[in-house]
Design a protein around this ligand. Sequence first.
Ligand code: MG
Length: 237
Amino acid sequence: MIIASEIVSEALQAIKKAVAPGITTKALEEIAEDVIRMRGGKPAFKGYKGFPASICTSVNDEVVHGIPSEEVVLKEGDIVSIDLGVIYKGYISDAAITLPVGEISEAAERLLSVTREALFEGIARAVPSNRVGDISHAIQSYVESKGYSVVRKFVGHGVGRRLHEEPQVPNFGLPGRGVKLREGMTLAIEPMVNEGTHDVSIMEDGWTAKTKDGKLSAHFEHTILIKKSGPEILTNW
Ligand code: MG
């Protein structure tokens, strides 16, 4: 998982360098695929429950699971969420970032920084003998204190030999509830934060989730390992 995470990180960093007005989301997928295959990994999302691409690219009001396309050309002021998973020798790592395309509005900038910060609020609670609800509650209360909402329809998850393992890690919930966290657990913690309503709609492609009110959404994710001493973040953007 450590090596799978290194590959995820390299691919995300390559995408980060390439994101600019005029690039297509399909081109970003190709960049990721090159890095993943060069390092001997496999894209974990391709074919997962029939998903047709190696990464998810979700622009502006798209929340998650956007499909890379030659027709989606990024433009100045957009935000694009990149979600990426890698399998290396049977082990999986999963991470996401939302990137600005050129100069973005102050409002978009703030949404990105709150979502990123919410992830670290959650990760800080990933310590042995805490419970999943402690992570969930930390994320939700931070996000709501900033005037945004957390998406309910999609959640974080255990990750390891499979992309989605128990336990689920919702971005909302009550402290002290849910599965007890133990040393050695590996989790993908991933707040999806909306400017407006938490409600989402699924588009006709069967995958792309958009905010119901058309407002912006951001997504940050790390794969982490719970150690006796606390959380270790395996991925890096
Ligand atoms: Mg995930």
